[in-house]
Design a protein around this ligand. Structure first.
Ligand code: HEM
Length: 171
């Protein structure tokens, strides 16, 4: 006789706790997405005005360090909470594993964006020439657009929660 072993289930936090955590999660990820979109809009709209460009190169690092990084950190902590203390886990659901992978891709992108902004500020300070959309400003703009798209993909994954299972002969 073969014994069937049920998957080990963790004790789930209460429904109220899960709802509270989810509210915090949606709140922080909205701010994160908003911060990236605002940074993109600020940079794209500042390329024709030197004063605005200088202000923008100060505002974007401020937005990143004071708004984006804390919300990203809270998102990671909430992710760890879901992983360690709930039945969602880290690899039990593929949509969650994919979220982690995408999140890990976003981290270096954030750091590179700040670096590329510093890079385009130097020639401006030296010669007063504004970066152009299809010149020096292309890299930070593409990085910001990429982050927006990845965050949108994560949002869609979260809402649809696809199984992402390999199809077998049986299904
Ligand atoms: C790797 C880090 C993350 C983990 C582990 C994670 C995990 C989860 C889990 C388990 C839920 C379901 C909560 C519930 O129904 O009680 C959820 C919901 C959600 N997550 Fe995340 N998340 C992460 C990052 C993100 C990011 C970066 C975004 C968006 C930019 C995001 C957007 C959402 C949204 C919109 C929901 C609500 C979906 C719905 O209920 O329809 N998450 N997340």
């Amino acid at each position: 006789m073969t014994e069937t072993t049920a998957p080990v289930q963790k004790r789930q936090p209460s429904r109220a706790t899960l709802r509270l955590v989810k509210t915090l999660h949606i709140f922080t990820v909205s701010i994160w997405l908003g911060a990236v979109v605002v940074a993109f809009a600020l940079l794209a709209s500042s390329l024709s005005d030197p004063e605005r460009f200088v202000a923008t190169t100060r505002w974007i690092p401020w937005i990143f360090s004071r708004i984006l990084l804390p919300t990203a950190l809270i998102t990671i902590l909430v992710g760890l909470y879901y992983g360690f203390l709930t039945n969602y886990g880290f690899i039990r659901n593929r949509w969650i594993t994919v979220k982690w992978v995408l999140l890990l891709i976003l981290i270096p992108c954030t750091a590179t964006t700040i670096g590329s902004l510093a890079t385009i500020l130097v020639p401006f300070l030296e010669s007063g020439t504004l970066p152009t959309l299809w010149g020096d400003a292309t890299v930070p703009l593409i990085l910001l657009a990429f982050q927006t798209i990845v965050l949108l993909i994560i949002t869609i994954l979260s809402v649809y929660k696809p199984a992402l299972r390999k199809k077998t002969a049986r299904n």
